[in-house]
Design a protein around this ligand. Structure first.
Ligand SMILES: Cc1cc2nc3c(=O)[nH]c(=O)nc-3n(C[C@H](O)[C@H](O)[C@H](O)COP(=O)(O)OP(=O)(O)OC[C@H]3O[C@@H](n4cnc5c(N)ncnc54)[C@H](O)[C@@H]3O)c2cc1C
Length: 524
């Protein structure tokens, strides 16, 4: 059987970072296994402007959600199936994680994950066109400000300012609680996405004999064997080969890193016998580690929509069509809350995939604001559908189920705020009819009903194998990303977050990859 020092299962956002960083040492061998295809030279993936074509395409695992008690049961979670993972099919909105959120992680017992530890990793990974003490300029991932080329977007920012949300620049060292601005994106000046595969792996894949990147390899389970003290040790992974017929394994001399993302990482743990004992037994799986947090605590940014017909022609080219962000702190947040509780994206495109089925009108020439709840309190689950690795996991985000109704209240405030911005005089030349929810939806109850049936996700599922202190029974990993109860196994992806940052999490997920590589190098 082939043997490497490290085996990385899942060549996604964090997995590519881990593999690239570990293989910087020519004496260390690394094998990265990714179920999807390579993105090398593939314009479908690399041309950022076309990213929306990737939703529901062959590059997407495309997970349905379980029927939602209070939410949109038609929603589907896009998850990339391609080298680079979701960094290869997302919209490349690039946020430094807010310092206050990282410090809250540390306060929960995630030692080494405070702002002082993580923000230097962000500076290490970026080559930011903005200059200043908060920016790195020699990392692999290019970040730059979106140019203000969309006249409707320019008007929208003026309108937001009139509505009390001043124009700001993001990633400048302070957390924006109330303000709006053009995003930073992780993309080259030529419009190519700076996914982790493109930024970290492509430059070294052909020149490092110690780095083996295998695409089309679908990991079925971890290989866990009794270690020296009898407790399980991860010694490799078992996979289905690209021919879809043959099965094989690779061995890890030192450690296995699980980087399959927040849906497939808990699924692979469960299939390998690590998870809540009752669930494993239900599927006839041996219980190697009774770990009650595997697949629990699913956190996401739930997203609503206000959609207008445009009175003038909208732009026909864009960096990625969602170029502006608005942050606000609503009446539902504590007066001294360090983080905004509401964020919205401005899209210069029609976005009707959750409204048409309910009969709302649509247009080819429109724009939208999509409020999301940045610190949602509802928590969902990822569970096995069967013991067959080919069956999709059951993803149940349980949107809008928090007992105090916080998430729905913030969403309702967000829809009202979106309307208030677009009512300002600066948008008079752009805003035609409100297509969804429309002028007849007025009361809190009417807005909430609309939001529950038509909401989307910002596609940020996270925290399903969270790290935390030993005192937390749901903490699957310790703060060094080691899976409790299993030797030689770490997790590096969005599943380890204790909760989501109040911003889009892709850059933070890259930093998780950087941190995992540091921890592995230090462990030797
Ligand atoms: C449509 C979309 C738009 C988004 N836009 C943004 C944005 O603009 N900005 C932002 O900050 N965030 C954005 N996000 C979120 C962000 O991209 C993700 O949170 C982040 O990339 C997740 O990284 P990860 O390493 O946890 O998992 P992933 O990047 O999903 O990596 C997991 C990898 O593991 C592979 N894999 C899974 N199972 C197996 C298996 N059994 N065997 C082998 N390989 C396997 C997958 O194919 C994938 O490549 C977006 C997400 C989506 C889906």
């Amino acid at each position: 059987m082939e043997e490497f020092d490290y085996v990385v299962a899942g060549g996604g956002t964090a997995g590519c970072v881990v593999a690239a960083r570990l293989s910087e040492d020519p004496d260390v061998t690394v094998c990265l296994l990714e179920a999807g295809p390579s993105d090398v030279g593939d314009p479908n993936v690399l041309v950022l402007e076309d990213w929306m074509h990737l939703l529901d395409s062959g590059y997407d695992w495309d997970y349905p959600v379980e029927p939602q008690e209070n939410g949109n049961s038609f929603l589907r979670h896009a998850r990339a199936k391609v080298l680079g993972g979701c960094s290869s099919h997302n919209s490349c909105i690039a946020f430094h994680p807010p310092a206050e959120g990282l410090d809250a992680w540390e306060a929960l017992g995630c030692t080494g994950w405070g702002a002082d530890s993580v923000l230097p990793l962000v500076r290490r990974l970026e080559d930011n066109a903005a200059r200043g003490p908060h920016h790195g300029t020699s990392g692999p991932v290019r970040l730059r400000d979106v140019p203000p080329n969309d006249p409707c977007g320019v008007a929208l920012l003026q309108a937001a300012a009139s509505a009390g949300l001043p124009t700001v620049q993001f990633n400048r060292g302070t957390t924006v609680r109330n303000g709006a601005g053009w995003f930073q994106i992780n993309a080259g000046e030529d419009g190519s996405r700076m996914s982790t595969s493109h930024a970290y792996l492509h430059p070294v894949m052909d020149s490092r004999p110690n780095l083996t990147v295998r695409t089309g390899y679908w990991v079925e389970k971890l290989v866990l064997e009794p270690g020296a003290d009898g407790s399980p040790r991860a010694t490799g992974v078992q996979f289905l080969a690209p021919d879809g017929i043959h099965h094989g394994s690779v061995r890890a001399r030192r450690e296995v890193v699980l980087s399959a993302g927040s849906i497939d990482t808990p699924k692979l743990l469960l299939l390998s016998g690590v998870g809540p004992a009752a669930q494993l037994k239900e599927f006839g799986l041996d219980v190697l580690v009774d770990s009650s947090g595997v697949g629990e605590n699913l956190d996401d940014h739930v997203e609503g929509l206000v959609f207008w017909d445009a009175l003038q022609p909208m732009v026909t080219r864009s960096t990625q069509w969602w170029e502006i962000g608005v942050f606000a702190t609503t009446e539902h947040a504590a007066p001294d809350a360090p983080l905004p509780d509401l964020m919205m994206h401005y899209g210069s495109v029609p976005f009707d995939m959750n409204t048409v089925r309910w009969g709302y009108p649509t247009t080819d020439n429109g724009f939208c604001l999509t409020p999301n709840v940045t610190q949602g309190r509802s928590r969902g689950t990822v569970r096995l559908r069967s013991r067959d690795f080919r069956d999709r996991a059951k993803v149940d985000p349980r949107y809008f189920t928090d007992p105090d109704g916080h998430d729905l209240a913030v969403m309702t405030a967000g829809i009202r705020l979106a309307r208030r911005i677009v009512e300002q005089a600066e948008m008079a030349g752009w805003a035609g009819a409100e297509l969804a929810p429309g002028k007849d939806v007025v009361t809190d109850d009417e807005i909430a009903d609309y939001a529950k049936k038509t909401h989307n996700t910002v596609y940020h599922p996270s925290a399903t194998a969270k790290m935390g202190p030993a005192s937390d029974p749901l903490a699957v990993c310790d703060p060094e990303l080691r899976v409790r109860g299993v030797q030689g196994l770490r997790i590096a992806d969005g599943s380890v977050m204790p909760f989501l940052p109040a911003v889009n999490p892709n850059i933070l997920t890259m930093a998780i990859g950087e941190k995992c590589a540091d921890l592995l190098k230090a462990a030797g």
